[in-house]
Design a protein around this ligand. Structure first.
Ligand code: GAR
Length: 199
């Protein structure tokens, strides 16, 4: 069997996607480090409970580049090969995105390229969409614009509140993210010439 890929996960909040990545059975990866920019992020407890090293790197009072340099140094010191953003609510610098190109993925709660950015579920409902979903994509310098690796679709019901829709999308995310990371760790998808290439 080939070696497990070493994964770092960046979070800012409750970390339910982190929990799904940790819980995946027979995964071809080991999560070796979880970093949060928020000291009391709930996901840090999930990591600690699983025996995974954690680090808090506050962003306040730092330039984006200085903050990202700390992230980069911590990831490299832990031997991280692949980085997952899982509810990490900071925009990364172009330099960080380029340094980790092809090794850095994000999960976003919409069917990209539709509904990039924030307030996704509110905007989907306002637009009376009948479908929404989640996307895992390679991170590139432009926000939420990188090539998509995998998507999951869920229905939008006419009486959905944003919270209803968020919960339905989140359940789909918990299936999607481990599956997409597995593909990347197994070398079944890679970033080439700005495109996701599958084999
Ligand atoms: C998830 O819905 C994720 O898609 C979203 O934040 C939530 C984090 O939940 N990410 C973004 O909106 C990134 N732009 P979690 O902390 O429970 O995994």
């Amino acid at each position: 069997m080939s070696a497990q890929r070493k994964v770092g996960v960046l979070i800012s909040g409750r970390g339910s996607n982190l929990g799904a990545l940790i819980a995946a059975k027979d995964a071809p990866y080991d999560i070796v480090l979880v970093i949060s920019n928020i000291a009391d992020a709930g996901g840090l407890d999930k990591a600690r409970d699983a025996g995974i090293a954690t680090k808090v790197i506050p962003h306040a009072g730092k330039t984006r580049e200085a903050f990202d340099a700390e992230l980069d140094a911590a990831l490299r010191a832990s031997g991280v090969e692949l980085v997952c953003l899982a509810g990490f609510m900071r925009i990364l610098s172009d330099g960080f995105a380029r340094a980790w190109e092809g090794k850095l993925i994000n999960i976003h709660p919409s069917l990209l390229p539709s509904y990039k950015g924030t307030r996704v579920h509110e905007r989907v409902i306002e637009a009376r969409e009948t479908q929404s979903g989640a996307s895992v994509h390679f991170v590139v310098p432009e926000l939420d614009a990188g090539p998509v690796i995998a998507q999951a679709t869920v229905p939008v019901h006419p009486d959905d509140s944003p919270d209803d829709l968020a919960a339905r999308v989140l359940a789909a995310e918990h299936q999607l993210y481990p599956a997409a990371l597995r593909m990347l760790a197994d070398g079944k998808v890679r970033l080439k010439s700005g495109m996701a290439v599958f084999s």
